[in-house]
Design a binder for this molecule. Structure first.
Ligand code: AR6
Length: 173
């Protein structure tokens, strides 16, 4: 069975055990997918983020935290903070670290289904193809070592990302 799926659309509409948010270090919400998740999921998510912020001061780039999914169809949200693309040579490793942190938290919380947006490829301007290559490599590597994990859904909101993932994963209509 193919455990990697691509979905073209809005992550807030995806029914999956946990969804991933592309947050910022403040965890206080923002634009893009972060804004959409907080709007659709309601204030319980922000309340949970505020608690994490009070106890550990937000979330560092490349790290991840977990909260309730509020009113969304998912049970949990894993918030990770991607790097801003500045072409300084550190961004690729930081993006890889996002995926690793997300998968680590999923395993620790008995999550075996994840929907993941294209972290850093919007407001943070990470080149889309390079980001997709990192996402796919990190995911395949994780799935190889975690045979009980059921599914990873790459949620591509924009058509450009969707076509890149389709090509890299060798999927045809
Ligand atoms: N569902 C799925 N993907 C989406 C959605 C959605 N509803 N909306 C946008 N995307 P971005 P970043 C895609 O900008 O680049 C926020 O202000 C979008 O097409 O959401 O990591 C945070 O608070 C793109 O491919 O996140 C941070 O400050 C991908 O999600 C900052 O933006 C990521 O775009 C993070 O920037």
């Amino acid at each position: 069975m193919n455990k990697i799926i691509i979905y073209h659309g809005d992550i807030t509409k995806v029914e999956c055990q946990a969804i991933v948010n592309a947050a910022n270090t403040s965890l206080m919400g923002g634009g893009g997918v972060d804004g959409a998740i907080h709007r659709a999921g309601g204030t319980k998510i922000l309340d949970a983020c505020k608690k994490i912020r009070a106890s550990q001061g937000g979330c560092k780039v490349g790290h991840a935290v977990i909260t309730t999914a509020g009113n969304l169809l998912a049970d949990k949200i894993i918030h990770t903070v991607g790097p801003v693309w500045n072409n300084k040579g550190v961004e690729e490793e930081l993006l890889r670290s996002c995926y690793k942190s997300v998968f680590d938290l999923a395993v620790q919380n008995n999550i075996c289904e994840l929907a993941i947006p294209n972290i850093s490829t919007g407001i943070y301007r990470f080149p889309k193809k390079l980001a997709a290559e990192i996402a796919i490599e990190a995911t395949k590597d994780f799935l190889k070592r975690n045979e009980n994990f059921k599914q990873v859904i790459f949620v591509c909101f924009d058509i450009e990302n969707y076509l890149i993932y389709k090509e890299l994963l060798g999927m045809t209509e």
